[in-house]
Design a protein around this ligand. Structure first.
Ligand code: GLA
Length: 446
């Protein structure tokens, strides 16, 4: 991974002069994994790696997008109707997702959006859990807004982009898009959802965030998409089971996501929710048990179809680990809440311990780790990281490590020796440091 930024030569690729450049960062999450789509908090930061789009507006409704990589491959589409998808996995779908998200909210039919010519580049490593996809989705939306001189509110746009990214098939929450738009230099972001609220928390100066690549690729366009969506489905079924349990006990049960239970009319604390989960949910449910408990096969199948499983014949073999998944979700939320208090007191050692616990929970209860990530985490803990855990969706990708500044060089050397030296990789491509960075930026040229 290299942080060197190459300027895009827009003119030589498109034949036109550029009017604007948009830079939208990736992110690394320090705590609170898969909590976002359950309406519970996360603690990420934007990183100094970006999706970059240079562009100019067009007088018509066409959009032409060149990839700075891939031999300047160019894709063209129109804004006249719903934007058709490319085959799953094509990079242009992320651009289309961002733009469709803007089009969907465009209510002024008398003033249709103009198209644009864009060149897309960037240095956010792909498939390693650092949110290269949302960086591109957000950058594309910003490019279309800029081409049309439309101003925007960052919170509203982040919420809109979270929904817009479902266009590519993953059913993520809103952490990535919010971090990308609302990142703050020097700060982690304590983010709550539904509605989106962001509270920046200063990362103490004594520590550095080091990111290590497990070299296991977890591209959300490939197998990781199903793995990710299965976790989202398990949480959805867990919420439905919990609802049944509350109904049965004549308690208010009209909620959608686990996080709703912290609000009206329940006002449950996280610890109360933890107890409720323990009482109400079994660790695992077979497909038939879920259908029986919820008294519907059609609804269960429809949800599975909706989360892109599309293979009804296999549904009968599926197992849903609802209790385990929710145990991780609520304990990680408790860890995020405690972390914010600890960071305010600059207690980085206790914060690091919570990160370690977060990894164990993601590994054992949410089951999104893999042997390579576990090895990286164990090595990091042995070599003096205050905290180490997998980051992002999981199933591969990176670990995030909190290290005292004074130990960073030694730590990286030891990690290199233990993990990378036998492999044919350049150390700057697999291990890197980023300070918490600002959110997306737009520059326009007169
Ligand atoms: C992906 C999703 C996020 C979040 C993380 C896991 O990055 O896009 O919304 O769910 O996984 O915490």
């Amino acid at each position: 991974m290299s942080q060197n930024r190459k300027e895009i030569d827009f003119h030589s690729i498109t034949g036109f002069a550029e009017e604007f450049t948009v830079r939208s960062p990736g992110r690394v999450n320090l705590l609170g994994e898969h909590t976002d789509y359950n309406g519970l908090p996360v603690l990420p930061m934007a990183i100094d790696f970006h999706a970059t789009i240079t562009g100019r507006s067009r007088p018509d409704r066409q959009v032409r997008v060149w990839a700075d990589q891939f031999d300047h491959e160019m894709v063209e589409f129109s804004l006249d109707s719903t934007i058709p998808k490319h085959p799953q996995g094509h990079w242009i779908n992320y651009v289309k997702a961002g733009m469709q998200g803007i089009l969907d909210e465009q209510t002024d039919a008398t003033n249709p959006l103009r198209g644009c010519d864009l060149v897309v580049a960037g240095n956010v490593p792909q498939g390693v859990g650092l949110s290269s996809s949302s960086a591109l989705v957000v950058a594309s939306a910003l490019a279309l807004l800029q081409a049309n001189q439309i101003s925007f509110d960052r919170i509203a746009l982040a919420e809109r982009m979270a929904a817009a990214e479902h266009y590519v098939g993953t059913r993520g929450g809103g952490m990535d898009q919010a971090t990308c738009l609302l990142g703050k230099k020097g700060h982690l972001l304590n983010i709550d959802f539904f509605p989106l609220r962001v509270n920046p928390v200063r990362l103490p100066d004594s520590v550095t965030v080091v990111i290590c690549d497990s070299l296991v690729r977890a591209r959300k366009t490939e197998n990781a998409l199903q793995a990710y969506n299965l976790r989202a489905v398990e949480c959805r079924f867990a919420a439905m089971l919990l609802k049944k349990y509350l109904e049965h006990h004549q308690r208010p049960s009209n909620f959608q996501r686990l996080g709703d239970l912290t609000g009206e009319p329940w006002h449950y604390t996280y610890t109360e929710i933890e107890t409720l989960i323990r009482e109400a949910l079994a660790d695992e449910y077979e497909y038939e048990t879920i259908c029986a408990e919820l008294k519907t096969i059609e609804k269960i199948n429809a949800i599975l179809d909706d989360y892109s499983f599309n293979n009804t014949a296999e549904y009968g073999k599926m197992v849903f680990a609802c209790g385990k998944r929710f145990r991780h979700i609520i304990t990680d939320s408790i860890r995020v809440e405690r972390s914010v208090e600890l960071l305010e007191k600059k207690d980085v050692e206790a914060f690091g311990r919570l990160m370690n616990e977060g990894h164990a929970s993601a590994r054992d209860d949410f089951e999104i780790s893999c042997p390579e990530l576990n090895r990286l985490v164990e090595s990091a803990q042995e070599f003096g990281a205050l905290g180490s855990r997998l980051t992002g969706a999981g199933f591969g990708g990176c670990t995030v490590n909190l290290v005292y500044n004074r130990n960073v060089d030694g730590f990286m050397k030891k990690m290199d020796g233990a993990f990378y030296s036998q492999k044919k990789v350049r150390i700057e491509d697999v291990m890197f440091i980023s300070e918490p960075a600002n959110g997306a930026e737009i520059r326009s040229f007169p």
